[in-house]
Design a protein around this ligand. Structure first.
Ligand SMILES: [Zn+2]
Length: 149
């Protein structure tokens, strides 16, 4: 079936950190969920843009995905993602690496460069990191209680 006739298994919705992309149907592992679309440009030109939506395609070209038409730009970062980047024949896809149930937010790991530039300064807000910090706070609280006793 052509993909245009198939209803999309995702929608843009509120996430904890703004907007995100959520599964509306079960997405099987290994599915190319959506394509990251945008203007193709030389890396040298892309380097001059300070935008969060530039995606390096290969050693020569990047895709500037800042257009609202690019629904994939709503996908948030996670350090424990359910999807990954799949680049094939000059096209960027977001592909599931496990089965994603309806209602689950679709995420991928943005990579080290992006993380250092945009996420690290503010602290990562992905579920995995938030849960990790909560555990650390609880453990610290337990230590405080013990040292008082
Ligand atoms: Zn994280």
């Amino acid at each position: 079936m052509p993909s245009s006739l198939r209803s999309k298994p995702y929608k843009v919705a509120r996430s904890k950190t703004g907007l995100g992309l959520f599964a509306t149907a079960t997405i099987k592992r290994g599915t190319r969920i959506i394509r990251y679309v945008g203007r193709k440009m030389k890396n040298a030109d892309a380097d001059k843009l300070y935008t969060k939506y530039v995606f390096e395609l290969n050693s020569r070209y990047s895709i500037d995905g800042k257009s609202r038409r690019n629904i994939a730009r709503y996908i948030n970062h996670s350090c424990k993602p359910n999807s990954t980047i799949d680049i094939a024949r000059g096209k960027i896809f977001i592909k599931s690496i496990r089965r994603i149930e309806p209602g689950t937010e679709i995420t991928y790991n943005y990579g080290r460069g992006y993380w250092d530039a945009f996420i690290k300064p503010k602290g990562c807000k992905c579920d995995s990191c938030v849960a990790g910090r909560k555990r650390a706070r609880k453990a610290a609280a337990r230590r405080r209680v013990r040292s008082k006793g």
